[in-house]
Design a protein around this ligand. Structure first.
Ligand SMILES: Nc1nc2c(ncn2[C@@H]2O[C@H](COP(=O)(O)OP(=O)(O)OP(=O)(O)O)[C@@H](O)[C@H]2O)c(=O)[nH]1
Length: 310
C-alpha cells in the first residue's frame, strides 16, 4: 500500500466500504494494472470503489486518524509516517507520564517494560505484493487497487510465544533508489524479501537483494525470511515451490509461499518467524558479547597474577 497520496481499496470482510465522509479529498492516482484476480480473490458483489487518503493531511502526529486503515489497525497497530514516533500513538497524557516514569503501559494494556522492539523491513520488486502482505498481516484483509508505494511504516504489537513484541514494519517502495534502499537496510533488524510466483524476474532479484543486505549489514548476520506471494495465481505460476525452497536453503532462511489475496500460506507466521529469528540472533550475540567480556576479565586477572608471582 502506498503513502498518503495513493488510492486505496480495502476488501473488508463484511464487503462494505469505508464511508466517503472519511475522504475529504479525492486524489490523482498513477495508473497501475493489477494482475488478473484469481477466482478466490474476486471482489465482493457490490464492491464499487475505494477511499482516497488525503495527501494534504500529513501522517505525522495524529494524522493516522485520517488513514482509511486506521479503524482496521486498532487496537494494537498504528500507522505512522516515514519515521515512527518514539512512543506509540493514542496515549493520554497520564499514560505518557506513566510510560516515561515506568517504561510501561501500551494502549492495549500490555506492559511494554518487558517487551521487545523489532524493526522489520519488507523488500522486493515493484508489484510483488509487499504492501498487500503487510496489510494482510496487520488487518487480515486484502487491498485491491492502489499505486506504487513510496514508503510506509506501521507499528504493531503481537504476542509471540507468550512474549510481547513491538514491531515496526517498513513497507518499502519497489522503485526506491539505492541510497534509500541502503538506508532502509541499515535501519532494519530483520527482512522479508518478497517475490511474485507469477513473475520470474522478481524471483531473480532476490539473490542480489540478499547480497546488498549482506554488504550493508556487514559484519552482522542478515536475518531474513523469503516469501513467494500470489500463490492463488497458480495458473500463471512461473516459479515452482521447489525453486523457492532451494533458494531459501541457499540463503539460509525460512521460506513461505502464500497469498496476500486469499490469506493462504501463513502470512502471519512469516512475520512472527522473522521476529523469533531476530530475537534468537540477539540472544546469541548477547551471549557472545558476554563471553568475550568474561574472557577479557580472565585474561586481565591472569596477567596480574603472572606479574605478582614473577
Ligand atoms: N492475485 C493476487 N494479487 C495480489 C496479491 N498480492 C498483491 N496482489 C496485487 O498485486 C498488485 C501489487 O500489489 P502491491 O502490494 O502494491 O505490491 P508492492 O510490492 O507493494 O508494489 P510497490 O509498492 O510498487 O513496490 C496489486 O494490484 C495487488 O492487488 C496476491 O496474493 N494475489
Amino acid at each position: 500500500m502506498s503513502l498518503s497520496h495513493l488510492l486505496v481499496k480495502v476488501q473488508q470482510q463484511d464487503g462494505t466500504q469505508w464511508p466517503q465522509s472519511n475522504t475529504p479529498h479525492r486524489l490523482q492516482s498513477r495508473s497501475y494494472v493489477p494482475p488478473p484476480p484469481a477466482s478466490g480473490c474476486a471482489a465482493p458483489v457490490g464492491w464499487s470503489g475505494g477511499v482516497s487518503v488525503p495527501q494534504s493531511v500529513g501522517l505525522l502526529g495524529s494524522a493516522h486518524f485520517c488513514s482509511p486503515l486506521f479503524p482496521l489497525l486498532l487496537p494494537c497497530t498504528t500507522r505512522v509516517a516515514s519515521r515512527p514516533p518514539a512512543r506509540p500513538a493514542f496515549l493520554s497524557q497520564r499514560q505518557k507520564d506513566e510510560t516515561l516514569s515506568q517504561g510501561a503501559l501500551h494502549p492495549c494494556g500490555i506492559n511494554m517494560a518487558k517487551s521487545a522492539e523489532v524493526k522489520l523491513a519488507v523488500f522486493g520488486k515493484a508489484g510483488v505484493g509487499k504492501s498487500a502482505l503487510v496489510v494482510r498481516f496487520l488487518t487480515k484483509r486484502f487491498i485491491w487497487e492502489y499505486d506504487p508505494t513510496l514508503e510506509s511504516t506501521y507499528r504493531h504489537q503481537a504476542n509471540i510465544d507468550e512474549e510481547v513484541v513491538n514491531m515496526e514494519i517498513l513497507d518499502t517502495a519497489g522503485q526506491e533508489d539505492m541510497l534509500q534502499r541502503e538506508g532502509h537496510m541499515r535501519w532494519g533488524d530483520g527482512f522479508i524479501i518478497v517475490y511474485d510466483i507469477t513473475d520470474r524476474v522478481s524471483f531473480e532479484e532476490v539473490a542480489p537483494l540478499k547480497g546488498l543486505l549482506e554488504e550493508v549489514k556487514k559484519p552482522k548476520h542478515v536475518t531474513l525470511v523469503l516469501v513467494g506471494n500470489k500463490a492463488d495465481l497458480e495458473h500463471a505460476r512461473q516459479v515452482s515451490t521447489e525453486e523457492g525452497e532451494r533458494l531459501a536453503a541457499e540463503l539460509a532462511c525460512a521460506f513461505y509461499e502464500c497469498s496476500a489475496c486469499t490469506g493462504e500460506g501463513a502470512v502471519s507466521e512469516a512475520f512472527h518467524e522473522l521476529c523469533r529469528e531476530v530475537r534468537r540472533r540477539r540472544m546469541v550475540q548477547g551471549k557472545a558479547r558476554r563471553r568475550s567480556s568474561t574472557t577479557h576479565v580472565k585474561q586481565a586477572i591472569n596477567k596480574m597474577l603472572t606479574k605478582i608471582s614473577s
